[in-house]
Design a protein around this ligand. Structure first.
Ligand SMILES: [Zn+2]
Length: 417
């Protein structure tokens, strides 16, 4: 039976949705999904996911950082490994699909191969990463960084909100913090890493497509900008003589919007604006605002940042205010390998008739995995682009299409370097 006929009755989509519901029950709080690293809920999710992996013909192990990994052997010895994965941890009060969908879809695809007693010339591993969101120790990609060999041991001394150190939490979970490095994989044993994830944005919905090809994972800059003008009486200072910090900040915010428009796939957000003294009858003397800048290409993000700050200084000179910007966070982008994008586009086109490409504005384990192997990502449409929210939703039909794309990709995978 072809993979198509196995999947055309949407049974894999239904199975995926059932498993998503089962995973969503493993939560720290009864009225919203919260599952953090090295907690009883992490243990529960690993046990459940491990049982599904075993049922799907995989051998299962938990690695040295707490990732759960199932391996489906190749049809020959010494075959390299294709990794499929995403994360099993969540933010606080999360949706059910962010992360979990990719893990459960990977298992469903292996289940389909196993059901047909089909093995490929490559080994396939499915990994449920233990901590992508950083909700407990405020440090992201812990699971995938360990696999990529870039886990920073200094993080073992991070404490959670209850003062518990990560290394102590690892020991309580049954892991040895001195052996985290053993989770690292060698580049030569991996062919590539594929991650299927909900889009967390509205592009696929707008395009009327269930799945899309991710070109890369955006890099990000965060700036805190302080605009200092002169506070004054709202009734007595003529407009021409004012140095209004808020009007300058408003102009600066509009500059962010206009400048990013000139750079491809670049987005900018002013999400916070604190006005001082913040009184109805006082001209604002100081404003502190935040800027979040993201782009798939680092040079576009950096050039946009330079141009924005150049225009801010023009505003400062014209309005007689002082503008100081501090970069508080900077992360480079990660590229999806061209051959992975091509193969994913071919698989989506076979399943859906056409494929669109889109960048990921959000971070994903694939960004960390890009340090050790070629990565590719498939996005699946989510309702209204809503994510990190209990209202996160996808349809059974889209879960099914995601699985068909993944299975097509894996069965037709061509190793390219
Ligand atoms: Zn995620």
């Amino acid at each position: 039976m072809s993979s198509d006929s196995i999947l055309q009755n949407a049974s894999i989509g239904a199975e995926i949705m059932d498993r998503i519901e089962a995973l969503a029950k493993i939560s720290e709080s009864p009225n919203g999904l919260t599952r953090r690293y090295l907690t009883p809920e992490h243990r529960g999710a690993n046990d459940l996911v491990g049982s599904w992996m075993r049922d799907s013909g995989m051998t299962v192990r938990e690695d040295a950082v707490g990732n759960i990994i199932g391996r489906y052997p190749a049809d020959c010895d010494d075959a390299p490994t294709l990794m499929i994965g995403s994360h099993l941890d969540t933010v606080v009060m999360a949706g059910k699909y962010d992360g979990m969908l990719g893990v459960v879809t990977g298992i469903a695809c292996i289940g389909s191969l196993h059901g047909r007693r089909k093995h490929l010339p490559i080994a396939v591993e499915v990994v449920g990463f233990c901590d992508e969101e950083g909700a407990r120790f405020q440090s992201t990609y812990l699971g995938s960084r360990a696999v990529a060999g870039t886990f920073d041991r200094a993080l073992l001394k991070c404490r959670d909100e209850n003062g518990i150190c990560m290394d102590d939490a690892m020991i309580a979970f049954g892991l040895d913090p001195d052996r985290v490095h053993e989770a690292a994989r060698r580049p030569d044993e991996l062919l590539a890493y594929i991650e299927l994830h909900i889009e967390q944005g509205p592009v696929l919905e707008e395009q009327g497509l269930a799945a899309g090809v991710v070109t890369g994972i955006a890099g990000a800059n965060r700036l805190i900008v302080t605009v200092t003008g002169t506070a004054g009486h709202a009734g007595t200072v003529p407009m021409k003589l004012r140095h209004d910090a808020l009007l300058a900040a408003a102009e600066c915010s509009l500059v962010v919007e206009t400048v990013v428009g000139d750079f491809r796939d670049t987005v900018g957000t002013v999400g916070r604006l604190d006005v001082s003294p913040g009184a109805t009858n006082v001209i604002p003397g100081q404003v502190v605002f935040s800027v979040d800048l993201r782009a798939a290409e680092d040079h576009l993000r950096l050039n946009a940042s330079v141009e924005i700050q150049r225009q801010w200084q023009e505003i400062a000179a014209r309005r007689g205010v002082d503008i100081v910007a501090e970069v508080v966070h900077a992360a480079p982008s990660a590229h999806c390998a061209p051959h992975m994008q091509r193969q994913i586009a071919e698989a989506i086109t076979r399943v859906e008739g056409r494929a669109v490409t889109l960048p990921s504005g959000a971070g994903h384990d694939a960004a960390a995995m890009a340090d050790v192997t070629d990565v590719g990502m498939i996005f699946v449409r989510c309702a209204g682009g809503v994510s990190h929210n209990p209202n996160e939703a996808i349809t059974v039909a889209d879960a099914d299409i995601g699985a068909r794309v993944m299975l097509d990709l894996v069965e037709n995978f061509r190793a390219e370097r």
